[in-house]
Design a protein around this ligand. Structure first.
Ligand code: BG6
Length: 527
């Protein structure tokens, strides 16, 4: 339905954003971005925590990009809700300021944005919201469809969901087809709290209405794992224990905890990265082929895979997992502080900023193939990749001295910052002797495809509006990945467990992590 809502809403908001922020910043033409193959239906996006960091840094800039891609309907608007006192104009100004060089089109869209100041434990916040949403449905043509994005502290998730249900906002408005809830990790801090959160959410929203974001699933290169595995005949036949020797997953960051010391003290790398991002990526790399690429088939296969991961006995944790923490060091020529010196961090903290672990998958495809995982902050480089190392050929006919530079074959899925796939194999060095050396065949996203890669949030927010749950985490996946890390957390809570190992910032982690893999006559890949 096409309507001329812009004018209506500009007057409803009382004033235009142009007058709030000064129209001089707007450029007349939208930037050119490739359009998506999906288009959102009319909907109101309601952001709880609208005055916060996630809204300004990710959500609103992604909405702007979706506008530039013409992926949103004309009948789209945003309502911000937060405790910070602000009016519509203030929120519109914020929405403009978080988009550098915004277009006049963004200015027009933003002029419809509304804002409600209120406490989340006060029912009147939610009855005011309901009144406003009903009004917007009439004036703006949003047709009763609502997407609630909880960009709040996770401790507020259950409360907000409950209050929404109390005023019937867990159902679409008149004429609408959906009311959905978007939440972002952490989903609990262990199995028990995750189950409790699932239960609280399920008491007000059905599972099909809940969209749990793991932003790694929104990354193009992570989604490309599916394309690589299931649209090519050459990879899948060797993607199993008969050919793969072991798998290495690296999620290395060079940044420290930045301004999030207080939060990080309650999390640590295992909860922050392994339980969610690493398990999700591994799910896609290791799962069985789905019957089709849709929300149910993909998530069924991922959860099946997670159920096959060997659960560690707590007394084996010390030999299978290394926890580390960054000490002072040097990065890109600058001296950086230790974790314990960061703002909001206990000077005696034992929180891990690094984890290395060995994991086994007990199923037909992966029996006996170790998965080595390492992730950490303040490491030498920012790099995320998954490498499958293949077994050596059964008999190497070349003389030792001629094949010294030959390493096993690898397929490396490069997730970031380089985006692509690299296949490493042996080739003859030109010359008379039959010398063999490892070479690499590289596919790079940037070279193969023009146009910039959309931000993970853009794709995910659009999918939530469209109602495609494929790239969102289901309740049973959350629970199962906590079951995998829970014994580790339990072991670490014990004062007699192996202490946190310090590593200098700018290194590749503690030496204990090298020992973990070298014990198996293997080595971490040099990145
Ligand atoms: C977040 C973690 O989920 O992922 C952060 O909370 C981490 O600590 C971030 O820095 C890494 O995301 P990306 O996309 O930069 O790899």
């Amino acid at each position: 339905m096409e309507t001329s809502i812009d004018t209506d809403m500009a007057s409803a908001a009382g004033s235009s954003a142009a007058s709030a922020a000064g129209s001089s910043a707007a450029s007349p033409n939208k930037q050119s971005r490739e359009s998506f193959d999906k288009h959102a239906p009319p909907v109101t996006l309601i952001i709880f925590g609208a005055s916060g960091d996630l809204t300004a840094r990710k959500i609103l800039p992604s909405i702007n990009s979706l506008v530039e891609r013409s992926a949103l309907s004309d009948e789209f608007t945003v309502v911000g809700v937060a405790r910070t006192p602000m009016d519509d104009i203030g929120f519109q100004k914020l929405a403009l300021e978080c988009v550098p060089n915004y277009s006049s089109e963004w200015e027009k869209v933003v002029s419809r944005f509304r804002y409600i100041t209120g406490e989340y434990d006060d029912l009147s916040t939610f009855s005011n919201l309901k009144t406003l949403l009903d009004e917007i449905d009439t004036t703006c043509g949003t047709q009763g469809n609502r997407l609630f994005y909880l960009a709040t502290l996770p401790s507020m998730f259950a409360e907000v969901a409950d209050q929404l249900a109390r005023v019937n906002l867990n159902k679409p408005g008149t004429g609408g087809t959906f009311s959905r809830l978007v939440i972002e990790k952490p989903f609990g801090r262990d199995l028990q709290s995750a189950l409790a959160l699932n239960k609280e959410l399920h008491s007000c929203f059905q599972e099909s209405q809940i969209y749990r974001i793991d932003h790694y699933l929104g990354k193009e290169t992570v989604q490309n794992v599916l394309a690589l595995r299931f649209s090519n005949a050459i990879f899948e036949p060797v993607w199993n224990r008969s050919y793969v020797d072991h798998i290495q997953v690296t999620v290395a960051e060079s940044i420290g905890v930045e301004h999030r010391g207080g939060f990080y003290e309650t999390a640590g790398a295992l909860r922050d990265i392994v339980q969610n991002h690493v398990m999700q990526v591994l799910g896609l790399v290791l799962m069985e082929p789905p019957a089709q690429v849709d929300g149910q088939s993909i998530r069924d296969e991922k959860v099946k895979l997670l159920h096959s991961v060997e659960i560690m006995e707590p007394d084996r944790v010390d030999s299978l997992v290394v926890r580390g923490q960054y000490d002072r060091g040097w990065l890109q020529g600058n001296q950086v502080a230790s974790y314990r010196e960061e703002d909001g961090v206990d000077p005696n903290s034992n929180t891990e900023t690094y984890v290395a672990m060995k994991m086994m998958v007990d199923n037909w495809r992966w029996a006996g193939v170790p998965i080595y995982i390492r992730t950490g902050k303040r490491l030498h480089n920012r790099v995320t990749e998954v490498a499958l190392q293949f077994k050596r050929v059964p008999h190497l006919a070349f003389a030792d001295r001629l094949s010294r530079e030959l390493t096993p074959n690898y397929i490396v899925l490069k997730i970031q910052p380089e985006e692509g796939i690299s296949v490493r194999f042996g080739a003859k060095v030109p010359g008379q002797a039959f010398k063999v050396k490892t070479v690499s065949m590289d596919f790079s996203y940037g070279d193969a495809f023009s146009g910039e890669t959309p931000d993970a949030y853009e794709r995910l927010i659009l999918d939530a509006m469209v109602g495609d749950p494929t790239l969102f985490i289901r309740a049973d996946e959350v629970a199962q990945s906590w079951s995998i890390v829970d014994p580790i957390l339990e072991n670490w809570a014990d004062e007699y467990s192996a202490p946190v190992a310090l590593y200098p910032a700018g290194s590749w982690g503690p030496t204990e992590a090298d020992l973990l893999i070298e014990r198996d006559q293997r080595r971490w890949l040099v990145l």
